[in-house]
Design a binder for this molecule. Structure first.
Ligand code: ATP
Ligand code: MG
Length: 137
């Protein structure tokens, strides 16, 4: 069993797609370990995405991520990190495969409906960032 961290991003919450996305995640065999809706402050968004601080899109990304409520969660299944990335689809929904969450719910490369950790080290950081204590089990 492996844990990963995910966010239903503000665009998807605003569009009323939270339930549909959670349903896809559960149907894909993930157990929801922890879940909380929150409206991130800009500082929280900046800390969460600190690895992208030098990227040209960083300012807009942090504005977007703090623009409305999002749903943060810890998910568990075998091969959770890679499997969640599979069902999310490519970062740019224009390149996302049919049947993926981003293909069906994302509007743009920025407002792309869902976040998923990309590696064990980032999953550990991201779980601990929002759900202190759950990164070690
Ligand atoms: P995430 O980390 O949110 O799961 P990802 O791993 O697919 O997405 P990253 O490269 O980590 O993609 O980028 C983080 C987020 O920054 C993207 O999900 C998207 O919201 C935004 N982003 C990435 N590239 C761009 C870009 N070229 N223009 C605008 N926003 C971008
Ligand atoms: Mg990423």
């Amino acid at each position: 069993m492996e844990r990963t961290f995910s966010i239903v991003k503000p665009d998807a919450v605003k569009a009323g797609n939270t339930g549909a996305i959670l349903s896809r995640i559960e149907k894909a065999g993930f157990r929801i370990v922890a879940l909380r809706m929150r409206h991130l402050t800009r500082a929280e968004a900046e800390g969460f995405y600190h690895v992208h601080a030098a990227r040209p899109f960083f300012g807009d990304l942090c504005t977007f991520m703090s623009s409305g409520p999002c749903v943060t969660m810890v998910l568990e299944r075998d091969n959770a990190i890679a499997h969640l990335r599979d069902i999310m689809g490519a970062t740019n929904p224009a390149n996302a495969a049919a049947g993926t969450i981003r293909k069906d719910f994302a509007a743009s490369i920025e407002a792309n409906a869902i976040h998923g950790s990309d590696a064990p080290e980032t999953a550990k950081f991201e779980i601990g960032y929002f759900f202190a204590g759950l990164e070690t089990r």
